[in-house]
Write a protein that binds this ligand. Structure first.
Ligand SMILES: [Zn+2]
Length: 490
């Protein structure tokens, strides 16, 4: 059976963990910049849970969590608190995780997504703050998930602030789940809440999936973990839809459990029976004061909100008259959108500038392997280049070569134009005359045909004109070329 087509309605809800862009951990002064560091070097007595130490809440995590909540149109709670979630596993130094439960920093809200060309609104249940766990490494010879002889633990990540965003089960296909994560990640990046990198683990997705019963009631829910890319999220859900359909077709029943996605084998494997909330024995964290957010703070968070991705898309449509496809590419990253707007502000025509950013800037970035933030060509310089092309001082072919030079070396636009050997300014007068003389001399037969009046359809004339444009490297004005040719033909 095609995994994409399920004979039973699919119900998906996602829990997305986003690592917040704070400098320090949620309850201690250790850095959040842990990637690539020597294992267990980014720790202190607090995040190692040495008896007698006390957690101290990082206010920036509260601000970033609230910001994300506002971006999702959630209700920021004036009062929330922390709980201990108890489970005994070596990735937790304390044997419990400090998290929010019940009273969370933001509740409700929604995110409008797009999947397979259709729009959909996904409701948000809530957003809460919690600390990350350490990382367990299970060394196996062939990189498989199971069969390690021993495990290693690294607490560098332990205590890093996360916001967990729990959606309602409003998605009904793997494509919608992907669409949701794409939009959520874009929002987190626009708000500077997180870099949202799935590969490095700053955005992690757990999926709850069930197939509905024939009477419309919800089936048994299975949780899937360990998907570290958008592709594996879709593949894991497709696999799970197919697996659950097969079990039910064979008269079996779905077990409520947590399954791990195995990227190498492309299967999900049962990890453990799913815990219920009571298994975690949640109870209030008495070492931390409740989080109290005042109306003034909420107002100040609201005032600091930047333009949101969908607001930007709407404005680009009305201000610049671009197509939806163009806008989607230009606004994918807010830095790229900023670059485009700076070009327009520097005088580049909006439609031309959009083409240059979408085609040439992205091509150059792709070749150089960089990012728009480190792109050498400043928007003002590219706007000047585009204006020269508009004024027919340069051809767009030469313009592209100039852009490539500018992208690789820190030199001025004029220097780059000189570098690739293009004369500054248009080819006119004497130089254009002698170029056309040379073309006439090289193509005597064609010129004779034109002069004898046999070029009735004008094909040969077009050929000569095209040659002149090509050999001037686009520096000549097409109308002027026609005039000079006519004059020389006599
Ligand atoms: Zn620490």
């Amino acid at each position: 059976m095609d995994a994409k087509i399920s004979k039973r309605p699919v119900v998906i809800g996602l829990e997305v963990h986003i690592q917040l862009n704070t400098k320090t951990k949620l309850f201690c002064p250790c850095s959040t910049d842990y990637i690539g560091r020597t294992p267990n070097s980014n720790v202190c007595p607090i995040c190692l849970a040495v008896p007698g130490t006390l957690p101290l809440l990082n206010d920036s995590a509260v601000a970033l969590g609230s910001r994300m909540g506002l971006g999702l149109y959630g209700e920021i709670q004036r009062y929330s608190n922390f709980h201990r979630k108890n489970y005994f596993y070596p990735d937790l130094a304390k044997a419990y995780q400090i998290t929010q439960y019940g009273l969370t920093i933001s509740t409700g809200g929604y995110l409008d997504i797009e999947a397979e060309g259709a729009q959909k609104r996904v409701r948000i249940h809530h957003l809460h703050l919690e600390e990350d766990a350490g990382k367990l490494v299970h060394p196996t010879e062939d990189g498989r998930l199971t069969g390690a002889a021993y495990s290693l633990v690294d607490y560098n990540r332990g205590g890093v602030p996360l916001s967990e965003i729990v959606s309602e089960p409003d998605m009904s296909s793997p494509a919608e789940a992907r669409g949701y994560v794409v939009r959520l990640r874009q929002l987190a990046r626009y708000l500077d809440v997180s870099d949202g990198e799935m590969e490095s683990g700053s955005l992690r997705v757990d999926a709850n999936i069930s197939l509905s019963n024939p009477d419309g009631s919800l089936g048994t829910r299975v949780e899937i973990k360990n998907m570290n890319s958008l592709k594996s999220l879709e593949r894991a859900l497709e696999y799970e839809i197919s697996r659950q359909n097969k079990v039910l077709d064979a008269g079996g029943r779905i077990v409520q459990e947590t399954r791990l996605w195995d990227d190498a084998e492309e299967v999900t494997r049962s990890m453990r029976n799913k815990e219920t909330a009571s298994d975690y024995r949640y109870y209030p964290e008495m070492d931390l004061a409740p989080i109290v957010i005042t109306d003034e703070q909420i107002e100040s968070f609201k005032r600091s909100m930047p333009e949101l991705p969908w607001e930007k898309r709407e404005r680009f449509e009305s201000a610049f008259g671009l197509s939806k496809e163009e806008i989607a590419i230009l606004t994918e990253q807010k830095e790229l959108a900023r670059y485009y707007e700076d070009m327009v502000e520097a005088g580049a025509p909006p439609a031309r500038a959009a083409n240059w950013v979408r085609m040439e800037v992205l091509r150059a970035l792709n070749e150089l392997g960089g990012d728009i933030r480190s792109f050498r060509v400043k928007p003002g310089a590219l706007a000047d280049l585009v204006k020269k092309i508009e004024a027919k001082e340069l051809s767009s072919t030469i313009g592209k070569d100039v852009l490539d030079v500018l992208a690789r070396e820190s030199i001025s636009l004029d220097e780059a134009i000189k570098r690739i050997g293009a004369p500054l300014g248009r080819m006119t007068g004497e130089s254009l005359g002698s170029l056309i003389d040379k073309i006439f001399a090289d193509n005597r037969d064609v010129i004779d045909t034109i002069r004898s009046g046999e070029d009735k359809k004008g094909g040969k004339m077009k050929f000569i004109h095209g040659l002149a444009m090509k050999e001037s490297r686009g520096q000549a004005d097409p109308a002027e070329v026609s005039a000079v040719i006519a004059e020389k033909l006599g």
